[in-house]
Design a binder for this molecule. Structure first.
Ligand code: HEM
Ligand code: HEM
Length: 181
């Protein structure tokens, strides 16, 4: 049923909402761990941020593969500029959900090997070690900048989705909701 044209498939909906929750948590944990200083929880927050981020990267690649295989339902009727904005924001978010965790992974593999998945499996990228922590700062700056850009686009995206639902009252949000049509 959920694979009928005109709505997203169940897999697309599952990936969309799972990743939305994870990405919001990732931003919150990233900002918290870098601002609380040395506490008994700081190390664990860093570990969770890095590991969950790598899971987000894997989900993003699966999601892009599903999107290419399954495509997306045509947009609801809307003015041409909104159509262009919707496509631009969707493609930018697809690029950023790969780029943000990838840059975090590259920066961390540069400064602080080993990168471990949930305290266990080593997943450091094979790139040279930074001579000092300072040397990795530009890579972390890119990580932060693309994360900020993603958060900004998501804010506009959520506002647009709510506008479609509550003001225009079209199917845009419903076709992304579980069981919606
Ligand atoms: C969707 C995925 C991710 C998001 C949204 C995200 C977001 C953020 C944010 C907002 C910060 C705070 C930056 C600051 O306050 O300076 C941060 C810091 C950090 N992120 Fe990520 N991140 C993601 C994935 C990753 C991954 C996969 C890794 C490593 C494997 C990683 C490693 C780090 C590290 C080590 C810091 C701290 C940098 C510092 O101490 O200055 N992140 N991230
Ligand atoms: C980190 C959070 C989020 C990210 C990265 C994200 C990303 C995306 C992407 C890439 C698409 C395009 C899907 C495709 O065409 O294959 C999409 C569609 C959609 N998103 Fe989000 N989203 C997020 C959060 C949200 C939230 C919180 C809402 C609701 C309030 C929402 C509502 C929608 C809707 C309704 C669509 C379908 C739009 C359409 O095709 O007409 N998203 N999202």
């Amino acid at each position: 049923m959920s694979d009928l044209p005109g709505r997203y498939s169940s897999v697309q909906k599952f990936l969309h909402w799972t990743m939305a929750v994870l990405i919001v948590l990732m931003v919150a944990v990233g900002l918290t761990m870098t601002s609380i200083g040395e506490t008994p929880y700081t190390g664990a927050l860093y570990e969770l941020h890095k590991s969950t981020g790598i899971v987000v990267l894997a989900l993003a690649l699966i999601r892009i593969a599903v999107r290419r295989a399954r495509s997306a339902p045509p947009l609801e009727p809307m003015p041409e500029w909104q159509r262009k904005a919707a496509y631009a924001s969707h493609y930018s978010m697809y690029a950023l959900i790969v780029l943000v965790p990838l840059m975090g992974w590259i920066a961390t593999s540069h400064c602080c090997k080993p990168v471990n998945l949930f305290w266990t499996i080593p997943v450091s990228l094979p790139i040279p070690d930074a001579p000092t922590m300072e040397a990795s700062k530009p890579l972390f700056l890119i990580h932060f900048t693309v994360a900020f850009l993603l958060a900004a686009i998501v804010t506009v995206h959520v506002t647009a989705a709510l506008h479609h639902h509550f003001v225009k009252r079209d199917r845009t949000l419903r076709r992304m909701l579980p069981g919606g049509d």
